[in-house]
Design a protein around this ligand. Structure first.
Ligand code: M6R
Length: 621
């Protein structure tokens, strides 16, 4: 959840470490924005210089404008999503130890911090914050004061920590290195020309280099101007193959939009098109991005479980309808945090598909590990290259949506659905559920989707206007049936997280079993209406549901297929999307709901990229 960045490069003290660290923090702010802080070290000084402030990065920047940091050769910085301790100045990272000689930053939760804290207090060490992090800082400082170099100190302390952590540390007396360690929390190193970087995400240093190294579990890293050295837990050097980030710095900019979210909504046609590119080889096999699952294993699976959280889980729900229909394999979709605690029936014939934008969601990662322990083959549908879930699953299919910076997921969602569809089509072909011409037809239909997404975006003015008109609403309901059901859930989630108003998604058929009691005159209800050309019986059933809420005074906002005039007769507002095959309509129907939430939140004056209390990547359980 927190974002961390470290930099080494300048031979002589300069402002570059500070500038690189602050630029990295602004890119990582999506990971948390409860506080921000920076520490730099300058040769000849026996303590680091520190600045930190509660609130968003802008508060720290204001403080630095009044009280600048000295020029330096190295720096580390942190943007926080609070776990242990309130979001105050005192609890902001970095934390100092050994009289300011050592500074540490941390992402994760150190589960045995209370025991370690007692140990330090018994030694008379003063602990100034409520965080678990400061404890690690004092432990590292103790090693350093006993004569260990910083990398050795980090390694021996990491062994004592339980839980999840990425830790970075600097020592004022070693002002030419930054040291890091990780367990169950991300850390990547960037390879620059005469400089090196450490960060939670490559986006922090993408302006300077696209060459990166992903750190493995329980590894320790030491960066200097000479490069990046990686060690295992025993201190043995490890060779790690660098990877090249597929996208460049421009993809991580707002590109003329007011918010990353608006930009990412507009990126969706490209996200779908890129995810589809070059996916089937001459033999019709799915081209994976890493790892392999034996086709024989895939031919013999008798169940698929999709595990994910939040929006990624809704993408999984959409995929379920298609994969079951195309392959006739039963598909379950389960929230990752529920999955492993209910003693699920998983075995070697269960394919477990983990869906995650970040590839770092702890709940999903733990569910993948659980499935692997049961012997299940696992495949990851992930957006972030080199992320932990992507590396640990047996195979990975990247979604190629490019960096998603806004906390609310948009383009990752449509790319996840697309990738899961590809998996379903491949399985259908492999197992002979579809003839080659049927497979070709499905792929052709998918290829037509990016242009249709583009049209929905280009024609979104009506939904933007309605959102502004509904700015004072206190609750909005969303109804959908079949593949429209997960879209109703996703529409409600977007509105909750961005506009902070109560929103609830229901299966339209469930309405009469209780939720209809919520309808009062004027209650806005979004309804995702299936195509009349697809499954006509679903269309007419949802039309009846519209009538039911309308009869009780609801304001009906209907997402319908172009040309569906009956929809207009039943709606207070209708938002049309192009015609598409039934199973692919969610890729279009979700867009008006994303735009509705964005516009309504903006009309309320909220920060749509960084909604309150949230973080982009949830790396705690
Ligand atoms: O990185 P992941 O896809 O694993 O994240 C899963 C959820 O935390 C994420 O989709 C979350 O629900 C978003 N804030 C939704 O907009």
């Amino acid at each position: 959840m927190c974002g961390i960045v470290g930099y080494v490069g300048a031979s002589a003290p300069s402002s570059r470490p500070r500038d690189v660290v602050l630029a990295g923090l602004s890119r990582l702010e999506y990971r948390g924005y409860d506080s921000a802080g920076i520490a730099v070290a300058t040769p000849g000084h026996d303590a680091v210089a520190l600045a930190k402030k509660a609130g968003k990065l802008v508060n720290l920047e204001k403080q630095l404008a009044e009280r600048p940091l000295p020029e330096s050769t190295i720096g580390i910085g942190h943007t926080r999503w609070a776990t242990h301790g309130a979001p105050t100045d005192a609890n902001a990272h970095p934390h100092l130890a050994a009289g300011g000689r050592v500074a540490v930053i941390h992402n994760g939760i150190i589960e045995n911090h209370a025991v370690l804290r007692d140990e330090l207090l018994a030694e008379g060490i003063e602990i100034l914050s409520d965080t678990d992090t400061e404890v690690a800082g004092h432990l590292i400082a103790r090693e350093v004061l006993n004569g260990a170099d910083l990398a050795t100190a980090m390694r021996s302390v990491a062994k004592r920590l339980e839980g999840a952590f990425t830790l970075l540390a600097i020592d004022a007396l070693e002002p030419d290195i930054v040291v890091g360690a990780r367990r169950n929390s991300p850390l990547v190193a960037g390879l620059g020309d005469g400089e090196a970087f450490l960060a939670s995400d490559v986006v922090a240093f993408i302006d300077y280099t696209r060459d990166a190294i992903e750190l493995g579990q329980d590894e320790v890293v030491r960066i200097s101007k000479e490069g990046v050295e990686v060690f295992d837990a025993a201190g043995n050097p490890i060779e790690r193959e660098p990877f090249r980030v597929e996208w460049d710095a421009e993809r991580a900019q707002k590109g003329g939009f007011d918010s990353f979210m608006d930009k990412e909504i507009h990126d969706q046609p490209t996200a779908v098109a890129d995810t589809l590119k070059g996916r089937m080889d001459d033999q019709g096999r799915l081209v994976l991005d890493g790892g392999i699952i034996d086709p024989y294993v895939l031919s013999s699976i008798d169940k698929i479980i999709i595990i994910a959280c939040g929006t990624a889980a809704y993408a999984g729900m959409v995929a379920r309808y298609a994969i079951e229909h195309w392959t006739r394999i039963p598909v379950e979709v389960e929230l990752a945090h529920e999955f492993r605690y209910r003693d699920p029936i998983v075995g070697i014939r269960t394919l477990v598909v983990a869906v995650s934008q970040s590839g770092e969601t702890m709940d999903t990662l733990m569910a993948v590990r659980y499935a692997q322990r049961q012997g299940a083959p696992t495949i990851a549908i992930v957006n972030a290259q080199g992320s932990t879930i992507a590396r640990e699953a047996d195979a990975v299919l990247y979604t190629r949506a490019g960096p998603e910076i806004a906390v609310a997921s948009t383009k990752a969602f449509v790319a996840q659905i697309t990738a899961a569809f590809l998996l379903g089509i491949y399985l259908a072909q492999l197992r002979g559920n579809k003839y080659p011409d049927e497979i070709d037809a499905l792929l052709d239909q998918l290829e037509e989707m990016p242009a249709k997404l583009q049209r929905v975006i280009d024609e979104s003015e009506p939904v933007r206007q309605v959102a502004k008109d509904l700015v004072d609403e206190r609750t909005v309901l969303f109804l959908g049936r079949h593949v429209g059901f997960p879209i109703a859930l996703e529409g409600a989630l977007k509105l909750k997280e961005l506009a902070y108003i109560h929103a609830e998604g229901f299966a339209a058929g469930e309405l009469k079993h209780g939720p209809i009691a919520l309808i009062e005159p004027g209650q806005p209800v979004f309804i995702v209406l299936p195509s009349p050309r697809g499954r006509a019986e679903l269309h007419s059933k949802v039309l009846s549901n519209i009538q039911e809420v309308k009869a009780r005074g609801a304001k009906t906002l209907v997402i319908a297929e172009e040309g569906d005039e009956v929809a207009a007769q039943n709606a207070d507002h209708v938002f049309y999307v192009p015609a598409a095959p039934t199973l692919m309509t969610p890729l279009l129907q979700v867009i008006p709901l994303q735009i509705f939430a964005l516009e309504l939140a903006q009309a309320k004056g909220y920060d749509v990229d960084q909604p309150r209390n949230l973080a982009k990547s949830v790396t705690v359980e």
